[in-house]
Design a protein around this ligand. Structure first.
Ligand SMILES: [Fe+2]
Length: 504
């Protein structure tokens, strides 16, 4: 028997022919087979309603007809055993044969016409025939056989079976038959509607999946573009730092501290991104300034040139504002020299009118400038630089941001990886984990600079060649710089130079 085949097809089943105990004949083998037949009939109806493909329909159809033939043979063998050569046996066999030929002709119709047009015809026939055959014929035959088995003659058995069939049975049969007939039609209609809905749902699901896939690939492409963009900006920042007077590790320090301050101030992802880009590119306008001007410390630049020098903020904005992604950052670059009291450049903006990113960047970059001595001519200690920030609250700086910045300097915390700040992801090797108690003192910043930027008088934190320490904690002089240059030429590798900012 090919029982397995249709069970492999995962499909929701709706019974067009629900089994009812009134269909039991009392002969277990016959009843089991009838139930299996009903099951196969329901399966065929389901596949038809759900418009399974022709190949599947053929399989299920063949299963039903094969099983019917097998069942008829079983039944006929039983009838033959107890009613050999009788009219009852002959008539029953003819009924079976009639059924087979009708089903086969309907199957031939199925091949010639649309499945839809013959669903009602075929299923109604199957349901009606099976219900009436079982209730009227098989049950009667079973009653006769059971009576013969209990010791009655064939004649007595037929009389008894006639009586049993007459008493109330006819009414029940009519009722069941009409119920099953309308049930078949209604159920098929319902199943067709359910199938249509399911198909629509599936199409919607497929569309949603396709949409999701598209969004995912767009997202991936966007991320990759974003990364390429950030890489380009980093490269550009390095190029800017090749200009004289700009320490190569400075922008890295500025964006790290500005990012932490921005987080402390509760800024959103967009604002933090703009600060990151602006921090990397805030000196881009200096590209057009002559070396002679850049080599000087800001405090030593003549007043006439100071105006020219400070204009780099506006030029930086002009260079970047055509780039959509850098639009927000370019505004922050423009306003990097504004003062909180409105006395700054280029627009004299005051207080909250100055973009918050510019207010943050100005504090962090001035802090470095105080330590370096470029602002005032004095190399300051960390505490002096912090005092300078505090004393200039309200006139130069936003007081709340100064407080937030000093707080993060004292905490010296490790930055978690933030997706919107990819540049600082792996740049916190020097940071410690936040200690249980806040540190009272602030360490002097250590900047990694290019070896060509090393000048006599700089305080060296460490110099490494090929990951091996060369020198630590000393003041650079001309002799040391010459020996480093020589070693570089001999080894062919660039040293990693870290200097400490600010006075002790
Ligand atoms: Fe039968």
């Amino acid at each position: 028997m090919a029982d397995k085949k249709h069970e492999d097809i995962p499909i929701e089943s709706i019974d067009v022919f629900p089994w009812n105990d009134h269909f039991n004949t009392g002969i277990p083998e016959v009843d089991e087979q009838h139930q299996r037949l009903v099951q196969l009939l329901n399966s065929l109806a389901t596949h038809m309603a759900f418009q399974s493909d022709t190949q599947t329909l053929d399989i299920v159809f063949k299963e039903l007809t094969d099983y019917t033939v097998y069942h008829f043979l079983t039944e006929e063998a039983i009838w033959h055993e107890y009613l050999p050569e009788s009219d009852l046996e002959t008539n029953h066999k003819e009924e079976h044969n009639g059924f087979i030929s009708t089903v086969l002709s309907l199957k031939a119709k199925k091949n010639a016409h649309s499945v839809d047009s013959m669903i009602n015809e075929l299923l109604s026939f199957l349901v009606r025939w099976l219900a009436s055959h079982i209730l009227e014929n098989d049950k009667y035959m079973a009653l006769v056989v059971l009576a013969i088995q209990s010791g009655l003659s064939q004649e007595q058995a037929e009389l008894q079976a006639n009586d049993q069939m007459r008493s109330g049975m006819k009414l029940l049969i009519d009722m069941l038959l009409s119920t099953y007939s309308s049930l078949a039609t209604n159920t098929i209609q319902l199943m067709k509607e359910a199938a249509k809905r399911k198909q629509t749902e599936q199409q919607l699901r497929i569309s949603a999946e396709q949409l999701e896939q598209t969004v995912q690939s767009l997202d991936k492409a966007n991320k990759s573009l974003k990364q390429q963009y950030i890489d380009s900006i980093k490269t550009f920042a390095h190029i800017i730092e090749m200009r004289p007077g700009i320490k190569s590790g400075q922008s890295k320090y500025i964006i790290e501290k500005a990012a932490l301050t921005a987080r402390e101030m509760g800024l959103n992802a967009e604002e933090k991104k703009n600060i990151l880009y602006a921090g990397l590119l805030m000196q881009i306008g200096k590209m057009s300034l002559p070396d002679t001007l850049l080599e000087k410390s800001f405090h030593s630049i003549p007043l006439a040139d100071k105006q020219r020098y400070l204009k780099h903020a506006v030029e930086g904005e002009a260079l970047l504002n055509g780039l959509t992604q850098l639009k927000g950052a370019s505004v922050l670059i423009r306003h990097q020299y504004e003062r909180y009291d409105g006395s700054g450049l280029p627009d004299g903006l005051a207080r909250q009118k100055i973009p918050i990113g510019s207010r943050i960047l100005s504090i962090v970059s001035d802090y470095i400038a105080y330590l370096e001595g470029t602002m005032t001519g004095d190399v300051m200690s960390v505490s002096a630089a912090i005092s300078q920030l505090i004393s200039r609250k309200e006139n130069y700086y936003d007081p709340a941001i100064v407080d937030a910045f000093i707080k993060i300097l004292k905490e010296d915390i490790t930055v978690e990886m933030e997706e919107d700040l990819p540049v600082i992801k792996k740049s916190w090797k020097n940071s410690r984990l936040a200690s249980n108690s806040q540190k009272a003192t602030v360490d002097r910043p250590v900047l990694e600079i290019s070896w060509i930027q090393l000048k006599p008088g700089m305080e060296i934190e460490s110099i490494y060649f090929d990951n091996k320490p060369y020198i630590k904690n000393c003041i650079a002089d001309q002799r040391l710089i010459s020996s480093i240059t020589e070693l570089r030429e001999n080894t062919g590798s660039n040293p990693v130079v870290k200097i400490r900012m600010g006075a002790k």
